[in-house]
Ligand binder design. Structure first.
Ligand code: DX5
Ligand code: ZN
Length: 219
């Protein structure tokens, strides 16, 4: 079954706990937590203290997306703060240091993923795939919620599905950016099994209905 991962970037941070409870009750599978440092991406979001609070407030699976430069520096800290899975961008450091970041997460007993920006080719996952529990494909330029889904990423999603099947069949394939009722089915058709949705879930008044609608369309 397809997993839905609402992104808290579109939630109301003044009532984050209640927002999270609402999507959990509506059947969301993961909670997507976007971390931005103002360097790797031109925006700043939330970080360790918010993750720590969230960890105390919910038992949901916390899928942390690090959009930060040299994530190796903070991989363990995000695990300690309560991440269940930590995604690092392949573009955020050297191959060697990315491997160190993945190893640090594994050492904490958490799951790990690598993430690709839209202009990064599918094969960039190859040095890391054997260690990964998940590959995250960005379908917008990372940094902001509410952007338009990039259709030209669909062939890449499909190509990554092929690489996963070949090298790491248990690895999940997640997509992030502009995913809504219309684009979700295209992602699933291309091979994705985890759908991040910010505006399309937290941006709606009736979050339960929003999740149901995405689920319906991806059955
Ligand atoms: C963008 C973030 C996304 C964002 C998605 O850099 O990584 O997770 O919250 O938001 P929507 O679903 O609104 O495109
Ligand atoms: Zn994200």
């Amino acid at each position: 079954m397809i997993k839905i991962a609402p992104s808290i970037l579109a939630a109301d941070f003044c009532r984050l706990g209640a927002d999270v409870d609402e999507v959990q009750a509506a059947g969301a599978d993961y909670l997507h937590f976007d971390v931005m440092d103002g360097i790797f991406v031109p925006n700043i979001s939330v970080g360790l203290p918010v993750l720590k609070s969230l960890r105390r407030a919910t038992d949901m699976f916390l899928d942390v997306h690090l959009m930060i430069d040299r994530p190796q520096r903070y991989a363990k800290a995000f695990c300690d703060a309560g991440a269940d899975l930590v995604n690092v961008h392949v573009e955020s450091d050297t191959e060697e240091n990315i491997l160190h970041a993945l190893a640090a997460v594994k050492k904490c007993g958490r799951k790990v993923g690598v993430t690709l920006k839209p202009r990064t080719e599918a094969e960039a996952i190859l040095p890391f795939i054997e260690y990964c529990d998940l590959v995250l494909v960005m379908t917008v330029e990372p940094g902001f919620g509410g952007q338009r889904f990039m259709m030209d990423q669909l062939p890449k999603i499909n190509r990554i599905r092929g690489l996963i099947e070949r090298y790491a069949p248990r690895c999940e394939l997640e997509v992030d950016g502009g995913v809504d009722v219309d684009t979700a089915p295209l992602c699933v058709k291309a091979g994705a099994n985890v759908l991040v949705a910010g505006s399309a879930v937290f941006g709606k008044t009736d979050r339960a209905a929003a999740i149901r609608a995405i689920r319906e369309k991806t059955k």
